[in-house]
Design a protein around this ligand. Sequence first.
Ligand SMILES: [Zn+2]
Length: 133
Amino acid sequence: MFCKFCGKEIPDDSVICPSCCRQVAPLKAQAQSTPAQPRAAISPTPNAMILTGFVCAFLAPIVGLIYCILGLLQAQQYRENGQGLAKAGIVISIIMLILSLVLTIITIVNLSTLTALLNVYQYNQSPGYNPYY
Ligand SMILES: [Zn+2]
């Protein structure tokens, strides 16, 4: 390439023109020389507690919630991966808990409604009652 200041031909990868000593390219060498943040201490996979908790979140939300919280604490202590998975597991556990709670309430309400309907039916069927009388 050519220097945009003095017009002389310079190597393509040069940052400072060797002829006029002016900067001809952005300083990228500094960014490259900065080493990537050390990640060796971080284990590549989530710990077993988080994985167990994540699976349990769907099957047994209370167990999953406990495992995910414990796994998240452990992951934070040892700077492990899988903290996102643990948090997702906690959210899923809570959602599943609320869902099962709502389903239980619906079932109870339905049962009481059914019982009430059954009572009315039995009342209607009782010999002393005639709705057309
Ligand atoms: Zn130059």
